[in-house]
Design a protein around this ligand. Structure first.
Ligand code: ADP
Ligand code: MG
Length: 275
């Protein structure tokens, strides 16, 4: 029972926050508890699944999957999504971010190759600038120590785009200790869990996919919904894992209804707390 990416209210808020950081060339801090969907939202915003694929297939005989997409004209493609390794050094961070940046620019430039006629030096130069990424998103920013943060800030200063740092709650307090960086922070964004209405909406879709009907106005469904909402507190990762267990229990027992008992049994199989 895997959910495709769902454009949630929280994702929309996150995308607006990224757009604002890009537009105003600010540093933005996004924090939220594990499992609420920060990483997935950022990857979706940057279209990183397709971009990442294309980054490393460029130059191979098969056409890059992005070649038909309006890469250069769509700003969200001009985003670098970077996850530092657990053990990181300023030098490696710099090299990796610069490489990604060049690859993304190259890709956008490649997509613009469909142009007609012979471009002049001026248009080539203008296009090269147009292709440079304008937003750097750093996921797992909690992994960066002082020197790593300095390195990222330096890249931000040099490139003049926006910067979004994603981490756990408390990241903003830690960063407040570094005035060099903190003084450039323009936006703070808390990534929240799903609200009860959204959980209900998602479950409605899910039930439908399974060929079950979901009528929250009926007692059994209302009870199951309440149990799922209570157990997951709107945490996306927990919800996914609970749904997978529910699915399993339904199949094993050939049940056609998700009851509170099924939800409770599914919960027993989860190690709640270690998300
Ligand atoms: N918008 C979404 N649509 C569908 N599934 C999602 C969405 N956001 C999160 N998930 C699910 O929740 C899990 C945790 O999300 P993730 O982005 O890794 O959380 P975080 O980075 O906040 O710890 C994902 O692996 C995915 O299964
Ligand atoms: Mg994450």
């Amino acid at each position: 029972m895997v959910l495709d990416f769902v454009v949630t209210k929280e994702h929309r808020r996150f995308a607006e926050f990224c757009d604002a950081c890009r537009r105003d060339r600010y540093i933005g801090l996004c924090h939220g508890v594990p499992g609420v969907g920060k990483t997935l939202s950022a990857r979706y915003y940057a279209r990183w699944d397709s971009v990442e694929n294309a980054l490393y297939s460029y130059g191979r005989p098969s056409p890059a999957p992005l070649s038909t997409d309006p890469v250069a004209s769509d700003p969200s493609y001009r985003t670098v999504f970077y996850t530092p390794a657990v053990a990181n050094s300023p030098h490696v961070i710099e090299r990796q971010v610069l490489e990604l940046r060049l690859r993304v620019a190259h890709l956008a430039d490649h997509a613009a190759d469909g142009r007609q006629g012979t471009p002049t030096v001026e248009t080539l130069l203008a296009e090269a600038v147009d292709c440079l990424p304008t937003l750097l998103i750093v996921d797992e920013a909690d992994r960066l120590r002082m020197a790593g943060l300095e390195q990222v800030r330096d890249l931000y200063d040099r490139h003049g785009g926006g910067l979004v740092l994603i981490g756990m709650p408390g990241l903003e307090k830690r960063l407040a200790r570094y005035p060099q960086l903190y003084s450039r922070v323009g936006f703070l964004h808390q990534f929240r869990a799903l609200g009860p209405d959204e959980v209900r909406f998602l479950l409605e879709q899910k039930w439908q996919q399974l060929g079950l009907t979901f009528s929250p106005e009926e007692f059994t469904d209302a009870e199951a919904l309440a149990a799922i909402t209570r157990i997951t507190s709107g945490n996306f990762r927990l919800l996914q894992r609970l749904l997978a267990q529910i699915d399993r229990i339904l199949r094993i027992n050939e049940f056609r209804t998700v009851t509170k008992e099924v939800v409770e049994a599914a919960r027993e199989n989860l190690v709640i707390g270690s998300l």
